[in-house]
Design a protein around this ligand. Sequence first.
Ligand SMILES: [Zn+2]
Ligand SMILES: [Zn+2]
Length: 349
Amino acid sequence: MKAGVVYAKNDIRYDDIEKPSAGPGKVLIKVKYTGICGSDVPRVNADACHFFPNVLGHEFSGTIEEIGDGVTSLKPGDRVAGVPLVPCMKCEDCQKGNYSLCKHYSFIGSREYGSFAQYVVVPEKNAVKFEDEVSFEQGAFFEPATVALHGLQRCDYTGGKTVAILGGGTIGMLTMQWAKIFGAAKVVVFDIAKERLDLGMRLGADAVINTLEEDYIEQAMSLTDGKGYDYVYETAGNTITMKMAFQLAANKAEVCFIGTPTRELSFTVSEWENMNRKEFKLTGSWMSYSAPFPGKEWELTAHYFKTGQLKFDDSFIYKKLGLSQIAEGFELFKTPGAVKGKILIDSES
Ligand SMILES: [Zn+2]
Ligand SMILES: [Zn+2]
């Protein structure tokens, strides 16, 4: 079969490798789309690849081609989204259902061969079925959608409250929609790009705020009668938005950092002291799993994509490239800011 094989740093090639088959308890998926994740980029363009040769790709959709012995929940032809984490299921964290925290995990598309290929093999539980109403493009967005929902629920989230979403990227847009689905009174998206803010409104935000505007804090506060936000979700991993989260939180708020930081950051005393003075709770979020594996994050993504309440916008996709063009996809990331949205690799072209 064809695959995008990483042979060394800066060396990913469209090449022939052996087609795998479904072993016991596993399924063979004929891959349709795979998103290039931010975490894939340094595995090709820098030194983050675990071994060579390797086949990356972990945000994917496809159809079941073949099932191994003992597989009961899936059959050939089923449309599925890939679940990349393969937790050990034995450690204390796994036994508590905190699969994202497992330290003995495998991961499809980094520690074992992934979906930048025509076929990929995964354990039965690592394929989540979705209905015909859900497109294969959406199937490749299950992972980010579940990351957003897991983040939302890291707070004791209840409806009827005010929510700030910091960062209008894909995770921000999905978190905003989950906040609405679970009954927010008001959700406000913060970003610097007009097109992201427009998208936020299209997808159902109650208001958007451009943080390049000088008085954006006043605008933000006036939307909550000066109280600040009951829930603040940081989705950019950016120093500015992380500090903004501390500022926008209401008294007794809950703040969750979903975005992962990329550089060292420091707070002034008065910035940090917000947490003391407002007694807000701060937490982080990592991946998207819960018990029973892979968790309600995945089930609810399939459900709400089907009902259409979780909206998908074509602008989530920056570009579609054939598997044979995969090197080009990674090349695009070498120009800072060039990739605006997800690059989807089509394994059928
Ligand atoms: Zn990813
Ligand atoms: Zn474990």
